[in-house]
Design a protein around this ligand. Structure first.
Ligand code: ATP
Length: 369
């Protein structure tokens, strides 16, 4: 088990920058997720940690020890890919024992560890069968078990659950978390699925176009996104965002949105507003679960109106799609009170609202009134 330091790492392919000055510190035993849209540089980062790709600039260290020049096989890394590298012609047992045999582990110990891992993965009844006969789900368990059994210093998982059906994915997510806890291994997990990252990781690095957007615990990132990209990427359903023009009038900062409406902003936002007479585009954000219907709870809450376009059942609640100011807001109708076509008032708690500078994406702080 090791800590990982990624320091100012850049990777270029010709003129194209796939990873741009990335710095990340992953603690020993931590489960870190690299999260971002397709093509943002997650796999390239993994490959550089594994030693499969060279770095253009910067350095990667394990336990503060520089890795450049250390061969892949000497890095003691467990790697699980989305297309699991299994020896399909060998038995399940052989697949599990292979890594231990290469390491010249004692025969009795191999037998013990293979049995324990097979039990853990519920594939004991398959040990003598060829791996080719396994189902897709069992194959994925085997791929993870095969890497975990050698207890590597660092475990890298690149979208390992993407081929699985939804139910099994949820099961494997829990299983992976248990495994990580049991072995206490440092894990880096690549995914474009924010739900997977939120439910598994101790810390999440959100990456866009090769750049780190934010690194923090799932709760920090969810409650306190640094920028509009993170606010929009994290959360299901996504944050409601409405763009407009920031204006300061009589000491009051406002977001003028299309349709002539205005949202009054105050607090930190105001002090960060570059009040130099230039038009500045901004964005206002509120999470669906923070919107409420019924009686206003606080004078500072923002009142809006919207027309209910669609109601969608999700368990005991319904998602309400509201047409608001030429955009669509999503809210939760938890008491089945709304009807399609209703024009309803709703409220946005000021302390839960956020504002962003549209050009830089940077968060402007809390919003009120
Ligand atoms: P995905 O989830 O789709 O795998 P990713 O976030 O893992 O995406 P990478 O595979 O790291 O993204 O790729 C980042 C960018 O670098 C992409 O635009 C990709 O086309 C480019 N890229 C990756 N490898 C190479 C290469 N060997 N040569 C040129 N461009 C590359």
């Amino acid at each position: 088990m090791s800590s990982i330091q990624i320091r100012n790492v850049t990777k270029r392919f010709g003129d194209f920058t796939a990873v741009d000055n990335l710095t990340l510190d992953i603690e020993e035993g931590e489960f870190a997720a690299l999260l971002g849209p397709s093509g943002c540089g997650k796999t390239t980062t993994m490959n550089m940690i594994a030693g499969i790709e060279d770095l253009t600039k910067g350095s990667i260290l394990f336990d503060e020890q520089e890795l450049s020049g250390t061969r892949i096989q000497d890095r003691n890394i467990g790697f699980v890919f989305q297309n699991y590298a299994i020896f399909t012609h060998l038995s399940v047992y052989k697949n599990l024992s292979y890594g231990l045999e290469v390491k010249k582990v004692d025969k009795g110990e191999i037998e013990r560890r293979v049995k324990a891992m097979a039990d853990r993965m519920s594939i004991t009844h398959r040990l003598d069968q060829p791996a080719a006969s396994l189902s897709v789900n069992e194959m994925q368990k085997l791929a993870i078990g095969r890497s975990a059994i050698v207890e590597p210093r660092i475990f890298l998982l690149d979208e390992p659950l993407s081929n699985l059906d939804a139910g099994f994915r949820a099961y494997m997510r829990a299983e992976l978390k248990v495994l990580q806890h049991e072995f206490g291994q440092t894990m880096i997990y690549v995914t474009h699925d924010q739900i997977e990252a939120m439910s598994l990781a101790d810390k999440i690095a959100i990456i866009d176009q090769g750049k780190l957007m934010q690194y923090g615990t799932p709760l920090d990132i969810y409650n306190s996104p640094d920028n509009r990209f993170v606010a929009n990427f994290i959360g299901s359903p996504r944050m409601n965002l409405i763009d407009g023009e920031l204006r300061e009038e009589k000491d009051q900062l406002k977001l003028m949105v299309s349709g002539g409406a205005e949202i009054k902003l105050q607090g930190q936002v105001k002090s960060e507003f570059a009040s130099d007479g230039k038009v500045q585009s901004g964005s206002f954000g509120i999470r669906p679960q923070d919107i409420y219907f019924g009686d206003q709870r606080s004078d500072s809450d923002i009142k809006m109106h919207g027309t209910v376009e669609v109601l969608e059942r999700v368990g005991p609640k319904r998602l309400a799609y509201l047409h608001v100011l030429e955009t669509m807001f999503i809210a939760f109708d938890d008491q089945d009170r709304l009807k399609v076509g209703d024009k309803v008032p709703f409220y946005l708690p000021s302390e839960k609202s956020m504002a962003f500078d549209l050009a830089s994406g940077r968060r402007l702080g809390g919003v009120a009134k």
